[in-house]
Design a protein around this ligand. Structure first.
Ligand SMILES: NC(=O)C1=CN([C@@H]2O[C@H](COP(=O)(O)OP(=O)(O)OC[C@H]3O[C@@H](n4cnc5c(N)ncnc54)[C@H](OP(=O)(O)O)[C@@H]3O)[C@@H](O)[C@H]2O)C=CC1
Ligand SMILES: CC(=O)[C@H](N)C(=O)O
Length: 253
């Protein structure tokens, strides 16, 4: 049976890398993000390479509770059986001491990383194919395990994801839905560009002198997690570049 994976935030970085790898592995893909043009290109490229899989894309802002409920409720019937949900959409905005933080940045992080994950999960859980294997993978972070200077609100949102992952595992236990948290350290994606509001130079500096993880490294880890036998669940997996010891201690050459 071909399994269906729903990936939020598939237009870039880790989400896009998951779509690319899981397409190669023969999964059917349900992909969403705000930038539909990017998803259209991704869909065309993947179908040209893997013509036997099915891909359905749609525009979604996970912060909008009504839109999330309507879009997922309105999915074509053949897309209403989901095996794997990858709650990946997320962002960091700003890197300032809390007393200098921007309220708009705080709202965007809390609304996307916590509330968005909740809205999507609530809409998707009733559609999960518990008879053939159902699994929720939440993108946490090293920032959900420790707090680093100026990381304040981003770290708080990822600590919340950590708590929600544990809570989901308890609440969904009797339905047999696996729940996993993937917690990466430094991954070179558009993450830092978004954090620094489009300042590419500043974003590039985050990775100077170090070999960060790639989206593909994280996608391969997710593939490992979702292909364990039915009786095995990886609860929590922290993945860092070899050159990174903690959120901020990095061996730069
Ligand atoms: N890169 C890193 O170092 C780390 C990243 N993470 C986490 O991994 C996840 C993916 O980030 P990463 O790939 O690095 O970053 P990117 O910025 O490259 O990708 C983020 C994705 O999230 C989507 N997204 C953001 N806001 C929304 C929204 N409101 N509604 C729908 N989709 C949204 C974006 O799509 P669009 O803009 O088109 O909507 C994009 O596809 C995040 O949860 C992040 O916190 C965790 C640890 C480390
Ligand atoms: C510290 C990290 O590795 C992570 N990318 C983050 O910025 O939180």
């Amino acid at each position: 049976m071909t399994k269906t994976v729903f990936i939020t935030g598939a237009s870039s970085g880790i989400g896009q890398a998951c779509a690319e790898l899981l397409a190669k592995e023969g999964y059917n893909l349900l992909l969403c993000a705000r930038r539909l043009n990017r998803l259209e290109k991704l869909k065309d490229t993947l179908l040209a390479t893997y013509p036997t899989i099915q891909i359905h894309i749609f525009e979604l802002d996970v912060r909008d509770a009504e839109q999330v409920a309507n879009q997922i409720d309105g999915l074509p019937p053949e897309w209403k059986k989901i095996n794997i949900l990858i709650n990946n959409a997320g962002l960091s905005q700003g890197l300032d001491p809390i007393q200098d933080g921007d309220i708009g940045d705080w709202d965007r992080m809390i609304d996307t990383n916590i509330k968005g994950l909740l809205y999507v999960s609530k809409a998707v859980i009733p559609l999960m194919d518990t008879e053939n294997g159902a699994h929720i993978v939440n993108l946490g972070s090293i920032a959900g395990k420790e707090v680093y200077p100026n990381g304040n609100v981003y770290c708080a949102t990822k600590h919340a994801v950590d708590a929600l992952t544990k809570a989901m595992r308890i609440d969904l236990l009797t339905q047999g839905i696996k729940v996993t948290s993937i917690d990466p350290g430094m991954v070179e994606t558009e993450f830092s560009e978004v954090r620094f509001h489009g300042d590419r130079e500043k974003a590039k500096n985050v990775y100077s002198g170090v070999q960060p993880l790639t989206g593909k490294d994280v996608a391969e880890t997710i593939l490992f997690v979702i292909t364990r036998p039915a009786h095995v669940n990886i609860n929590d997996l922290l993945i860092m570049p070899t050159a990174q010891a903690t959120g901020t201690i990095v061996n730069r050459k």
